[in-house]
Design a binder for this molecule. Structure first.
Ligand code: 5RP
Length: 294
């Protein structure tokens, strides 16, 4: 179709066609600048369109979580199989050799402010400056968003600050849907939280898997990666990954279900096969058992 000046519109310009058909392999990111697209391409593989991120940022409010006491020992053997490290400034700089970041993306946790000792975890601030994120070569900055919690407003201010400063340097932001102790974990809640985070300008949203996950994906205009959550039996964790990916998740940002697995190395490979090769959870569990037996 041509406009009044004879310029071909619609398909070439992406007007009026669904965003997922508009070219760039990361949902909703077609119109970002070069640097931001480059960083997102380190996280989301251009072939599969998906990402396997390894989350080990728990210490920023949980302290030495089981399985994550020695990041310097547990993370390196898994690195080969992941696309992106997700850690804190201190966790990354003390335990991850910079040489291990060749061909890996870095998701840097930039919010902090509460601990497991608090009743309300939502009282966060931004603890890492944009200059530090640049010095650390971050490919995405992650901040917690507490929709419906006492400090919702502050967490939205934090998210907005990170997006504003990140946009100035082409560094994307991942808004992490936080579920406090007494907070809802329903599809309705996750639709609300993910949509708010995306509307505020986050480039990626991290959220828990839930029933009716397709509806969460459909109403969020940017990619959603799922958090693993508390440790489950390996079979169940792989089923959750498969369900999430088959219902439209753009990836997995998993911590405890890999790091606390009986065999983390086998688990990370099984999760990777679901994320990038599209195998189902039964095949993935067989793969896990086979690798574990070796
Ligand atoms: C909290 C976070 C995490 O630290 C991360 O999600 C933990 O990963 P997992 O739940 O898979 O252990 O972002 O919201």
């Amino acid at each position: 179709m041509a406009d009044k000046d004879g310029i071909k519109a619609t398909k070439d310009y992406g007007i009026g066609i669904p965003q997922e058909t508009r070219g760039f392999h990361v949902k909703g990111c077609n119109d970002y600048g070069w640097g931001m697209k480059s960083r997102l391409s380190k996280i989301f593989n251009p072939e599969s369109g998906k990402a396997l991120m390894l989350a080990f940022d728990h210490g920023y409010f949980l302290g030495p979580t089981s399985g994550l006491e020695r990041l310097d020992l547990v993370i390196p053997p898994l690195a080969e199989y992941i696309d992106c490290y997700m850690g804190t400034r201190g966790g990354m700089t003390t335990c991850i050799d910079p040489a291990m970041t060749a061909n890996k993306a870095i998701a840097l946790r930039v919010s902090a402010g509460s601990s497991i000792l608090d009743d309300d975890l939502s009282n966060e601030l931004i603890s890492v400056s944009i200059e530090e994120a640049i010095r650390m070569n971050a490919d995405i900055m992650a901040t917690q968003v507490f929709i419906g919690a006492p400090n919702q407003r502050q967490s939205i201010a934090n998210l907005s600050k990170v997006i504003n400063t990140g946009n100035a340097y082409g560094i994307p932001t991942m808004g992490v849907v936080a579920v406090g102790k007494d907070m809802e974990r329903t599809p309705k809640y996750f639709r609300l939280a993910t949509r708010i985070i995306a509307e505020l300008g986050a480039h990626v949203v991290k959220c828990y898997y839930t029933d009716d996950f397709e509806s969460v994906i459909a109403s969020c205009p940017v990619p959603i990666v799922i958090a693993g959550g508390k440790k489950q039996p390996e079979k169940d964790a792989l089923e959750m990954c498969y369900n999430a990916i088959s219902k439209g998740a753009a990836g997995v940002d998993m911590g405890r279900n890999i790091l606390q697995a009986e065999d983390p190395l086998a688990m990370v490979q099984a999760v990777r096969a679901i994320v990038h090769q599209g195998i189902d959870n039964k095949e993935a569990y067989d793969m896990y058992l086979e690798l574990k037996a070796k």
